[in-house]
Design a protein around this ligand. Structure first.
Ligand code: CP
Length: 312
């Protein structure tokens, strides 16, 4: 898969060249943000449909703003009042939207692989806005861009992902993006929240945050997904906080210019303390701003109806 095709389903399917194309495409879109008119006519006449089966603040709003800044028409499907409630299948919902000439369908779903199913059956561009524990590619791209913008390179940087790696689609997309671009990626967290065999993705594993934090150029802190902790994967929140919360005290052990990132939404006081989240090392709000420019670039680079990736 590449940006010559119609869908963005995961960073696993992109290569280094594709990732560099995204990085190079973002800046012109970001430069619009300081102008009084922040729009371009790039997608005039195109229709972007937002199909979110799970809650979202950042991704949904960011895609909507991105599409509107490209002059597309944007439609939000309210899942709770849609015919999904009457039992309509995902593919039938997608085909219904396509019959209304949707050019792009942006989908978030709790089931890993749901965007792939839709993409296989539709000519519209399908963009994965987060599927189960699988991937969240535009979050991975905006994290990559934020690091690139701040550090002026990716290759050779040491990036530490902290916390709930097991349930995190953001972690998976970050690992694919950063390793393909030559960063040294490490993860740290309780053994129960680190997937088995993650080393096979070229990632170093730590269980001691105090040891791991010293070497990092970038720390990306993942949300403890309290809604997805089906079993007790750590003894107590209190214990997690003691061992793995990123605090101002722990940042003092890191390199002075370490970047502190979080994809949001943050559980302040659990995986990150307020003083760390609001520290001068934190680029969390810049990640959000960059998300709009990155999503503009993705919408610009994909090619609806160009051909299904699976027949290329
Ligand atoms: N980072 C992220 O995906 O946030 P939302 O769940 O608010 O979209």
């Amino acid at each position: 898969m590449s940006f010559k095709c119609k869908d963005l389903l995961g960073i696993e399917y992109l290569d280094k060249k594709d990732l560099q194309v995204v990085l190079d495409s973002v800046k012109p879109f970001k430069s619009l943000f300081t102008r009084s008119v922040k729009k371009t006519p790039t997608l005039i006449g195109k229709t972007v449909v937002m199909l979110f089966y799970e809650p979202s603040t950042r991704t949904r709003t960011s895609f909507e703003i991105a599409a509107k800044r490209l002059s597309a028409d944007v439609v939000n499907v309210a899942i709770n009042t849609s015919s999904v409630i009457k039992g309509e299948s995902l593919i039938d919902t997608g085909k219904t939207l396509e019959a209304m000439n949707a050019d792009y369908i942006i989908i978030r779903h709790s089931m890993s692989g749901a965007p792939y199913m839709l993409a296989k059956n539709l000519a519209a561009s399908v963009i994965n806005a987060g599927d189960g524990f699988h991937e969240h590619p535009t979050q991975g791209l905006l994290d990559l861009y934020t690091i690139y913008e701040k550090k002026k390179k990716i290759e050779g940087l040491r990036v530490l992902l902290v916390g709930d790696i097991l349930h995190s689609r953001v972690a998976k997309s970050n690992i694919w993006a950063l390793t393909k671009m030559g960063a040294e990626v490490a993860v740290v967290g309780p053994p129960t929240l680190i997937p088995l065999n993650i080393e096979e993705l070229g990632v170093k594993v730590y269980y001691d945050l105090d040891e791991a934090i010293k070497k990092a150029d970038v720390i990306n802190i993942l949300r403890i997904q309290l809604e997805r902790q089906f079993e007790s994967l750590f003894p107590s929140v209190h214990e997690y906080v003691e061992l793995y919360q990123v605090t101002k005290e722990r940042l003092a052990m890191a390199k002075p210019k370490v970047l502190v990132m979080h994809p949001g939404p943050m559980n302040r006081g659990i995986e990150i303390s307020s003083d760390a989240a609001d520290s001068s090392n934190a680029v969390i709000n810049e990640q959000v701003t960059n998300g709009i420019a990155v999503r503009m670039a993705v919408l610009y680079l994909l090619n609806p109806r160009r051909g299904n990736v699976y027949s290329n």
